[in-house]
Design a protein around this ligand. Structure first.
Ligand SMILES: NC(=O)c1ccc[n+]([C@@H]2O[C@H](COP(=O)([O-])OP(=O)(O)OC[C@H]3O[C@@H](n4cnc5c(N)ncnc54)[C@H](OP(=O)(O)O)[C@@H]3O)[C@@H](O)[C@H]2O)c1
Length: 280
């Protein structure tokens, strides 16, 4: 039995589907079963990662676990997992774990999550994806009202990755792929600027989209309206001060899955219905 946490999220949805399609027994951790749409045969169990004591039913009889990072009580959760007989963990981490910058709110929770898993005594695989292609879905509200896309950190080139490819690597890690003890740097096949992504969307959607490159000051103002300041500072450190380089392409997805990672265009084409629904 494989427990997928974050089962309703970008990666979890893909991972549940991939494991289920390949005939594995899958249990999905959800907080609200009414809101979760799961494939037939996938068991939904309620639990909260911030409350390890709520995870007993979810952990019962589990061999492998896909684990989201950064929740309170991670240490206790992992101890409970070990006691319940869980053998291995595939931890969703990120490139900033490598910085081990405990003064940076994002690097801190990635780093701490990796440390907690290392110390748990469970077999582990760390997945360090770069920015997700699905971050482009944040443009949907703008696409619904016009053809201008306001691009944050407009000068930063990123080898963004399809969440489905992260899920494919997680599935391999949890199903005997021989990836125990590996730290996997996961990227898509090419590093693009936000303007390049907008140009791809324009082609896929056949719309005359215009990329409005925000200055760093404008980017910070937008971020401050949407997240706590410690996270804004973390992203400014990464992408303005340049402490995190997400432009390097790594061969890992191909090495693990035997196929190339999907391009931004391939990802966008799978989401075309969602993008087309956001038409003025
Ligand atoms: N976006 C990026 O570019 C990027 C890059 C590297 C790493 N990451 C990391 O990826 C993670 C997000 O992954 P994602 O995009 O797949 O997820 P997501 O789409 O943001 O969804 C979050 C998932 O976590 C669940 N969840 C939230 N709080 C929970 C709690 N207290 N207990 C149990 N489940 C909880 C949500 O369930 P509900 O349905 O109940 O809300 C949902 O399934 C973050 O940790 C982020 O740091 C992101």
């Amino acid at each position: 039995m494989i427990l997928v946490t974050g089962a309703t999220g970008n990666i979890g949805t893909e991972l549940v589907a991939q494991l289920s399609d390949s005939g594995k027994r899958v249990r999905a951790l959800v907080r609200d079963p009414q809101r979760a749409t799961l494939p037939a045969g996938v068991e939904a169990v309620v639990g909260d990662l911030n409350q390890p004591e709520s995870m007993a039913e979810a952990l019962d009889g589990v061999d492998g676990m896909f684990l989201m990072p950064g929740y309170a009580g991670m240490h206790e959760l992992l101890a409970r997992a070990k006691k319940a007989g869980v053998q291995q963990v595939a931890l969703l981490s990120g490139g900033s774990a490598a910085l081990e910058d405990m003064g940076n709110a994002v690097s801190r929770y990635m780093t701490q999550s990796e440390r907690d898993v290392r110390e748990s005594g469970l077999a582990w695989t760390f997945l360090r994806p770069r920015s997700f292609m699905s971050n482009a879905l944040r443009w949907l509200p703008q696409l619904a009202v016009g053809d201008v896309v306001r691009a944050q950190f407009s000068e930063v080139r990123v080898a963004a990755i399809d969440p489905g490819d992260i899920a494919a690597v997680a599935a391999a890690a949890l199903t005997g792929g021989g990836l125990e003890g590996r730290v996997l740097e996961l990227t898509g096949p090419q590093a693009l600027l936000p303007a390049d992504q907008v140009a791809v969307l324009a082609r896929v959607l056949d719309r005359p989209l215009v990329c409005q490159n925000l200055t760093n000051e404008e980017t910070v103002a937008e971020l401050e309206a949407s997240m706590p300041s410690e996270y804004v500072e973390a992203f400014v450190s990464f992408f303005v001060d340049g402490t995190l380089d997400e432009s390097k392409v790594h061969p890992t997805v191909h090495e693990v899955t035997g196929r190339d990672p999907r391009t931004f265009e391939q990802w966008a084409r799978t989401l075309v219905a969602a993008f087309e629904a956001a038409t003025p």
